[in-house]
Design a protein around this ligand. Sequence first.
Ligand SMILES: [Zn+2]
Ligand SMILES: [Zn+2]
Ligand SMILES: [Zn+2]
Length: 110
Amino acid sequence: MNDALVPPHVRGIEVDAQTRCAHYNSPRDVVAIKMKCCGEYFACKECHDALAGHALEPWPRGERESIAVLCGACGSELTIARYLENADRCPVCGTSFNPNCREHHAYYFR
Ligand SMILES: [Zn+2]
Ligand SMILES: [Zn+2]
Ligand SMILES: [Zn+2]
């Protein structure tokens, strides 16, 4: 079994190994979001705007059990519900997430 620890590809501008990008690159900016519109992980909404070629579509409220959040620190994928439950840190590895991300949740999740 080697299906673990193969993190999905994350698109973005200057994305590093932990999903930081040109826009958000503090030590705690390690969250990538799988976008509802295209099913691809992006480092942030600005990266999506720059590369996707279409408007970002947020996840509807009824789809909180979809796996759509990637912790760039450990490579774990989380459901939206699990991420929003405690958006301050990764429930798997405990890495702190940037608290400012909360202000952006409305772009990704309705
Ligand atoms: Zn998209
Ligand atoms: Zn970005
Ligand atoms: Zn983690």
